[in-house]
Design a protein. Structure first.
Ligand code: NOJ
Length: 536
């Protein structure tokens, strides 16, 4: 577990995810925009002190899946601004020392993308093979048993040409055929387009789905019970061995990596793939045998473990053992697809969760609003926006996408005064839970995140050090971070409702704690419920 010999920004740094519709609305249409993001960049550089921002899609899109249905990869949707606004955003971010990561959506396009319109125009269209078209199965139904993540068959019949097209998500999101070299080249050009505009990295949407079984065989039925991850009974009744993650994915990632590393400006760029894989050796394969595929496949382990200390231990061990030499881990506790941290774990526990996320070995990603402990909002059926929730009640993701809570004023300071309404309702708790209030409260979530981020920035052991689990008892969860030539740092997390003893080896003063009264004092010998301390 040696630290990287030449650490790059994404090894040491912290990433902050912005969901552009919901972060800051400058023009008062109730939907966030690039100008709004520019106006709030100081929150990232000064208030928090993170190193980079990842922007979920802001490209031209009919918004069937809120931007994950792209109709022009190389333009900004007018609701978010213009390409010039984007250039300014990059310049303003860079001026503050922030790297910019953009979403790359390679698996599918919008059904209104000119490529799909052309493809759909007839069986002999020059772009027919850019998407996955097949004749009906022997019974006249879909060509195979694949199901959409959002429910129902993954195939839609096109009356005009008498064939089905594949969509692993909505029918409005037809899957591209990455086995067609022209598609691959066109998508590489998209990467080049954004690199030419100065972006520092790409978050690759459903990365492992771009390679499917070339024979499009049926998925076999699942033998193993549902692992608890948020998927429907229909989806989890199959083993997804043919509709995604075909072994041919690896050369595809290697080529993407060559395009990114090979950009003539020689900038130090980063790729992180959205890969929901919990078998750690399969997960680790996406780094590439020679670390020549993704810089990182996202590690969604904590979404499965929750705050169960025994399961977190298992995930840490599993991940560390599976990592190829030289590969760098990463950790995620939330994003725009998941219920929020406070909603999952509760208020007190969510503070311990912040300590966990920001002290584990690896690159952390913070989802917007988690730094103030935002909670999911129950959206009444008539106002629900997410197509998944509208099709499959209970699966909606609107709750975690409500507007960012900047102040206690009208629209939480997300939209300017006088704005008629916001695209999703603002959580009514914004009057007491917002950035402005928490800035002035030393015991707030925001103050805790700031202290943790400040500590991390000044502490190479936390940024780059090894991790070693201490003791065998699951709780408290204790690990030691070490780096040659530096004093070790201990992290002790009581992930329970009762008190917990601190092991005797843990010595030093509390650098940061969920309970501020501990800070500056020698490590306590017992922790209160859901208390966490960083000791050094
Ligand atoms: C994963 C994205 O995070 C999610 O929001 C989206 O709906 C699907 N991919 C489809 O692009």
């Amino acid at each position: 577990m040696a630290p990287p010999s030449q650490p790059a920004w994404w090894h040491t740094g912290v990433i902050y995810q912005i969901y552009p519709r919901s972060w800051a609305d400058a023009d008062g249409d109730g939907i966030g925009d690039l100008e709004g993001i520019i106006s709030r960049l100081d929150h990232l550089s000064d208030t928090l002190g993170v190193d980079s921002l990842w922007l979920s899609p802001f490209y031209r899109s009919p918004q069937a899946d809120f931007g994950y249905d792209v109709s022009d990869h190389c333009d900004v949707d007018p609701m978010f601004g213009t390409l010039e606004d984007f250039d300014r955003l990059v310049a303003e971010a860079h001026r503050r020392g922030l790297r910019v990561i953009v979403d790359f959506v390679p698996n599918h396009t919008s059904d209104r993308h000119p490529w799909f319109l052309e493809s759909r125009s007839g069986r002999d269209s020059v772009r027919r093979d850019w998407y996955v078209w097949r004749d009906p199965g022997p019974d006249g139904g879909p060509p195979n048993n694949w199901v959409s993540h959002f429910g129902g068959s993954a195939w839609t019949f096109d009356e005009a040409s008498g064939q089905y097209y594949l969509h692993l998500f909505l029918a409005e999101q037809p899957d591209l055929n990455w086995r067609n070299p022209e598609v691959e080249r066109a998508m590489h050009d998209v990467l080049r387009f954004w690199m030419d505009r100065g972006v520092d990295g790409f978050r690759i949407d459903v990365a492992h789905a771009i390679a499917k079984d070339p024979l499009l065989r049926d998925n076999p039925p699942a033998q193993i019970p549902d692992d608890g991850y948020k998927i429907s009974a229909e989806f989890s009744s199959q083993r997804h061995v043919h509709d995604m993650a075909d072994p041919d994915i690896h050369p595809m990632f290697r080529k993407i990596r060559r395009v990114v590393d090979g950009h003539p400006d020689g900038a130090d760029r980063y790729t992180v793939g959205e890969i929901h894989e919990f078998d750690w050796s399969r997960w680790a394969s996406y780094y590439g045998e020679d670390l020549d595929e993704l810089h990182q496949p996202y590690n969604f382990g904590l979404l499965l473990t929750g705050l169960d200390p025994a399961k977190i231990r298992e995930a840490i061990v599993g991940i560390e053992e599976a990592l190829p030499p030289g590969a760098w881990p990463n950790w995620v506790l939330g994003n725009h697809d998941e219920p929020r941290i406070v909603t999952r774990f509760g208020w007190e526990a969510s503070k311990a969760a912040a300590v966990l996320l920001l002290t584990l070995r690896g690159t952390p990603t913070i989802y917007q609003g988690d730094e103030i402990g935002m909670e999911d909002l129950d959206i009444p059926p008539g106002r629900q926006q997410d197509p998944w929730g509208r099709r499959m009640p209970g699966f909606g993701r609107d709750g975690c996408r409500t507007p960012m809570q900047w102040t206690g004023a009208e629209h939480a300071g997300f939209s300017p005064p006088g704005t008629r309404s916001t695209w999703l309702p603002v959580h009514p708790d914004h009057r007491r839970r917002n950035v402005a209030v928490q800035l002035g409260d030393p015991d707030s979530h925001l103050s805790l995140y700031r202290r943790l981020l400040r500590l991390r920035r000044s502490c190479p052991v936390l940024q780059l050090g090894d991790i070693e689990l201490v003791g065998d008892a699951p709780n408290p969860l204790v690990y030691r971070r070490t780096l040659a030539g530096a004093e070790p740092v201990w992290v002790v997390l009581n992930l329970s409702d009762g008190e917990a003893p601190v092991p005797s080896q843990v010595e030093g003063g509390v650098l940061v704690g969920t309970h501020r009264d501990r800070e500056g004092a020698p490590s306590p010998r017992r922790l209160r419920p859901w208390e966490a301390v960083v000791v050094g």
